[in-house]
Design a protein. Sequence first.
Length: 186
Amino acid sequence: MNVKKTMTSLALAGILVLGGASAAIADPNYPVDEPDIVASDTTPAVGQPVTLTVTVPDGVTEVTFSITGAPAGSTLASTVFAAAGTVDLSVDKAVTDNTASAVFTPAAAGEYRVVVTGEGMDPLYIDVVVGATSGGGTQTDDDGLAVTGGNVPVGVIWAGVGAIGLGGIAVAAAAVRRRSNSSSNN
């Protein structure tokens, strides 16, 4: 058996195994992202639940999600208000791993500002624009273009980067193998 081919095969196998695993290894003490708030959908339909997630600085243990002037019948987390007119909604949420989440379910169309506050942090806010109906119709932006987007989860982006990286390693491994085979045939 050719020692050069065996060593080349072992090196390629090592590159594939270690190259794929290296992206999954991370320092558990990595710095927390900058404080931020995101919504699962910033342009939902009436009655569509919207998950609001906030990232907070170290040391913040509880945050308050608030919406002033929400339509009656709207909910924030598990609190339901059945009053007529508009209501002020707020819910306290514990922070775990520097994040906390609440769910807002709007009862009427309109624009609502969600404010998140916590001890030792600057207030964060995000606007949620609720469409008039839950079906049919297309929401448009100020230029008349259809609103089709949302946020792509970071995990999906990293999975794509990892797949591209593994594909590149596999192509490089095939090229080395081809080169090795052609040099041993000469």
